[in-house]
Design a protein around this ligand. Structure first.
Ligand code: PA5
Length: 443
C-alpha cells in the first residue's frame, strides 16, 4: 500500500480545472520562492537534503544523553515542542507508566508556565539521573527560557558546571538570541535550526529529531517516510496523484463554500498529539488577516460521547478530516461468553479493530448525512516511516493552502500581542511605559 491515501469521495467537492490551476500555481510558489514568506521555505526540501552526517551526529548525541540520564527533559514550546511530542506519543506505549522502566524517558517542559507542572517534574526526577535538551529558535521565548533556568540550576546543583555542560544540548539559531549566547558561554553541544525553517515546520530538523532519537524513535525511518512524501507531492507530480495538492484544494473549496471549522480526528488515541501539532501548524499558518479555517480536533470514539452531538446536529459550519490507520500492530479479539448477559456475542471472534473500523464507517456516513463533509487520510500503520510521510504531507498541504487563502503562511504576527501585555505586567526592563498604561487599564 502507498504510504498515504487520501479519499475525498465524501467531501462533496467537485474539483474544477480552475481550482486545479490555482493549486498548481500555489504549489509552484513553494518551489519558485516567489510567494509571501519566501525566506522560510527551507522545509520544502528538508527531507531530501538532510545530510547523513547530520543524522549521525544527532543519533550520537542522543546516545550520549541516553547513556547518562534516566530522564531527558526536553524544553520548548509551539513548533519547538509539538512535533517531537506528537511523534513520541504516537510511537510510545500508552501504558509505559505501568511497566518496569528499561529505557531512558523523554519528558517535556517549557510548554507552559505552570508552577504545579514544574514542581511535579522536579519532584518526579529527584531520584533519577537527568539531562536536558533546550530548544528555541529565537532563543528568547519566555516559557522555555524560564523552564530552562530552573532545570539548568537543578542540573548544575547535581553535576556541577562541567557536568552540566556534558548533559545539556541546545538547539537554536545559528548566531542570534540569548540561548545561543548562553550555550556558547557554558560550552553546551549545540544544533542549528536553519534560518529558512520556521518553528512549526521544524520537526524534521534537530528540533524534532534529537528528542525523538533520545526517545528511541528510528529517525532515519521518519526522514525516509518524509522524503517519500516529498517526492509524492512534488511540483511535477500529476495533480490527482498529489495528495497534498488535492487536500489543500478541497479544504479551501469547503472554506469558500462557508465551512469555517476543520476537525481533525482519529480512531487511534495515540495520534492525539498529531492533532495538536496539526492545529498549531494550520492555526498559526492560516489564521490571519481575518481569514482561515479554525482547526479543531477530536479523539474517537471517545469524543463521539462529547462532541458527537454537536458535530451531528450543531451549526453546519464544519467539515471533518479523519486520519485512519489500516493495520494495528497487535491483535485483540472479542471472546464468546456462555451467558451473553451483555448481548455482545454477535461480536465474538472479531478483532477490536474491525469494530473500530465499523464505528468509523458508521460515523462517516452519519456525519455526511448530517451535513458534515468528510475527508479521509489513510496511513498503513503507526510507524516512524508512516508518521514521517504524514507530517510532511500536512506541511506541504499547509503551505499550498496558505497561498490559496492569500495569506503569508510562514509568519505569526498575532502571537506578539499577548507578550507585550505580559512583559508590561511583569515589569520587564524596557516596558516602563507599557507597564504604566496597562496599570491604568486594570484600575
Ligand atoms: O511556529 C512558530 O514559529 C512558533 O510556534 C514557535 O515555534 C514558538 O513560538 C516557539 O518559538 P521559539 O522556538 O523561538 O522559542
Amino acid at each position: 500500500m502507498k504510504t498515504l491515501k487520501l479519499d475525498i469521495s465524501k467531501a462533496g467537492v467537485e474539483i474544477t480545472p480552475r481550482m486545479e490551476e490555482r493549486t498548481r500555481e500555489a504549489l509552484s510558489l513553494l518551489y519558485s520562492k516567489q510567494g509571501a514568506g519566501n525566506d522560510f521555505l527551507g522545509w520544502v526540501t528538508l527531507p531530501s537534503s538532510i545530510a547523513p552526517q547530520e543524522l549521525s551526529r544527532i543519533e550520537a548525541e542522543a546516545k550520549k544523553l541516553r547513556e547518562c540520564a534516566d530522564v531527558i527533559i526536553c524544553i520548548g514550546i509551539g513548533g519547538s515542542y509539538l512535533g517531537a511530542k506528537a511523534v513520541a506519543e504516537a510511537m510510545g506505549d500508552s501504558f509505559a507508566a505501568l511497566r518496569p522502566r528499561k529505557e531512558p524517558v523523554v519528558v517535556f517542559a517549557g510548554q507552559n508556565l505552570s508552577e504545579e507542572y514544574t514542581y511535579e517534574l522536579l519532584d518526579a526526577v529527584k531520584d533519577h539521573s537527568i539531562a536536558a535538551i533546550v530548544i528555541s529558535k529565537s532563543g528568547t521565548t519566555t516559557e522555555p527560557a524560564v523552564a530552562f533556568r530552573i532545570v539548568k540550576a537543578e542540573i548544575e546543583r547535581r553535576y556541577g558546571k562541567a557536568g552540566a555542560a556534558e548533559r545539556i544540548v541546545a538547539i537554536t539559531d545559528r548566531a542570534r538570541g540569548a540561548l545561543k549566547t548562553l550555550a556558547d558561554n557554558e560550552g553546551y553541544a549545540t544544533f542549528v535550526i536553519p534560518d529558512d525553517v520556521g518553528g512549526r515546520f521544524s520537526v524534521l530538523t534537530p528540533v524534532g529529531l534529537l528528542p525523538l532519537a533520545a526517545a528511541g524513535v528510528d529517525i532515519e525511518a521518519l526522514v525516509r517516510g518524509a522524503e517519500e512524501m516529498e517526492r509524492a507531492t512534488g511540483e511535477q507530480v500529476a495533480f490527482a496523484e498529489n495528495p497534498a495538492a488535492v487536500y489543500a484544494t478541497v479544504r479551501n473549496a469547503l472554506y469558500e463554500a462557508g465551512k469555517k471549522i476543520e476537525i481533525l480526528g482519529s480512531y487511534e488515541p495515540k495520534l492525539q498529539y498529531i492533532n495538536e501539532w496539526w492545529k498549531q501548524l494550520y492555526g498559526e499558518s492560516e489564521g490571519k488577516d481575518g481569514k482561515g479555517l479554525f482547526p479543531a480536533s477530536v479523539t474517537l470514539t471517545a469524543d463521539l460521547h462529547s462532541m458527537g452531538q454537536y458535530i451531528q446536529e450543531g451549526e453546519r459550519t464544519m467539515f471533518e478530516t479523519i486520519v485512519s490507520v489500516t493495520a494495528p500492530k497487535h491483535e485483540v479479539r472479542i471472546e464468546s461468553d456462555a451467558e451473553n448477559l451483555d448481548g455482545l456475542n454477535y461480536l465474538a471472534g472479531k478483532r477490536l479493530s474491525e469494530v473500530n473500523r465499523m464505528a468509523e464507517l458508521g460515523v462517516q456516513l452519519a456525519h455526511v448525512d448530517g451535513g458534515v463533509p468528510n475527508l479521509r487520510i489513510e496511513i498503513p500503520e503507526i510507524s516512524a516511516h508512516a508518521l514521517g510521510a504524514l507530517l510532511y504531507f500536512f506541511e506541504k498541504a499547509c503551505g499550498i493552502s496558505g497561498y490559496l487563502l492569500g495569506v503569508n503562511p510562514f509568519n505569526q504576527p498575532g502571537v506578539e500581542a499577548y507578550k507585550k501585555n505580559m512583559f508590561a505586567l511583569l515589569e520587564k526592563p524596557g516596558y516602563e511605559a507599557e507597564t504604566k498604561a496597562i496599570r491604568e487599564r486594570l484600575k
